[in-house]
Design a protein around this ligand. Structure first.
Ligand code: ATP
Ligand code: SF4
Ligand code: MG
Length: 323
């Protein structure tokens, strides 16, 4: 097996907000090989977007190391980042918010190629190819984004990300604004493209059902930290961190007979300016004990390919939260 395309080692970001430190991402690590999709999930404000922006090098990390194809790119200055921009692409919730609404689809999808200095002919050919890949007809080329449905707009966004032939695509809440039926179509498209082009996908969403649909592995975040990482099937079958268990229990089950009892998360998400002592989750954890309030749990490999940050991994379900 070749080495990882993308590697994060103890990646962290502290923002300075009015003279105070806000630890948005704290010590997150992963290694992704071609053809792998890592889902990143957690509640609002847990640091998902900041993590994605660090991977894209739109935000410079304050701690840790980011490697792309084995090279340290953590603090590369802008001019040296340029060749990397082609390989690292993104699909956001609203892919055109930062673009001129007077641009036609051909300009939107072709823009990253113009920035790379491609010839007009080559751009036209590539734009037609990627539009076909995402399932849009050629007559889309001369239309404006507002003429399309949300799902089609997201296909255009995916075409734009795909155009330069990247190795990594970061999807940040890429389907969150779409109707559930449309979500599934776009997720299937992303999964197909990911497999077809052997891409690394970092798939970020607050919605665990959506993350599950496309991910091989899932990283669960709470207040900037990784609390659990596992293969998708193992995570859903047997969540070992109480927070993961709570997120899973909150996903509506299509078969009510199989529905799990709700796990109620008490209290508010604590302030990231002042995270709780000990285990950051202890203020909301249904099984928190004295030890949890004083001793911060480390992220421990409890099984091959499985990391959990909890003093009592698996305990929650062992105590009978599931039938
Ligand atoms: N540029 C910034 N300056 C200061 N604080 C920031 C900045 N960007 C994010 N934050 C803070 O960092 C923390 C993590 O934010 P982030 O946007 O990464 O979370 P998220 O998991 O993507 O949330 P959501 O699900 O709402 O998109 C939050 O407390 C947020 O307020
Ligand atoms: S360490 Fe304690 S508080 Fe934290 S998740 Fe585990 S049981 Fe809950
Ligand atoms: Mg976000």
């Amino acid at each position: 097996m070749t080495g990882p395309i993308l590697e994060a080692i103890g990646l962290g970001k502290t923002f300075q907000v009015r003279g105070r430190n806000l630890r948005a991402v704290d010590d997150v690590s992963f290694a992704l090989h071609p053809g792998e999709t890592l889902g990143v999930v957690g509640e609002s404000g847990c640091g998902k977007t900041t993590l994605g922006r660090m991977v894209l090098r739109l935000t410079e990390p304050t701690d840790g190391v980011l490697r792309f194809q084995g090279n340290d790119v953590t603090h590369l200055p802008d001019p040296l980042l340029r060749p990397l921009r082609r390989d690292l692409q993104a699909v956001f919730q609203d892919p055109f918010s930062s673009l001129n609404p007077r641009w036609r689809v051909r300009d939107i999808v072709g823009e990253p190629l113009r920035n790379l200095g491609w010839s007009q002919d080559r751009i036209a050919e590539r734009v037609a190819d990627v539009l076909a890949i995402v399932g849009l007809r050629e007559d889309a080329l001369s239309r404006y984004p507002h003429a399309f449905s949300g799902g089609q707009r997201q296909r255009i966004g995916i075409a734009r990300a795909l155009a330069p032939g990247p190795k990594v695509i970061v999807c940040d809440e890429a389907v969150s604004a779409l109707d559930v039926s449309i979500q599934a179509q776009v997720l299937n498209l992303l999964a197909d493209i990911q497999a077809q082009f052997d891409l690394v996908l970092l798939f970020i969403s607050h919605n665990l059902a959506v993350v599950r649909h496309v991910s091989h592995r899932v990283l669960v975040m709470y207040l900037g930290q990784t609390v659990e990482v596992a293969e998708e099937a193992a995570l859903f079958e047997r969540p070992l961190h109480p927070y993961t268990a709570a997120l899973i229990a909150a996903v509506p089950d299509p078969d009510p007979a199989l529905a799990r009892p709700p796990v109620v998360l008490e209290g508010e998400i604590p302030s990231p300016f002042d995270p709780p002592t000990g285990c950051r989750f202890h203020t909301r954890c249904p099984i928190a004990g004295d030890r949890c309030r004083v001793e911060q749990p480390s992220l421990i490999a409890v099984e091959p390919g499985r990391l959990v940050r909890c003093h009592f991994p698996g305990q929650y379900q062992a105590e009978g939260s599931r039938p």
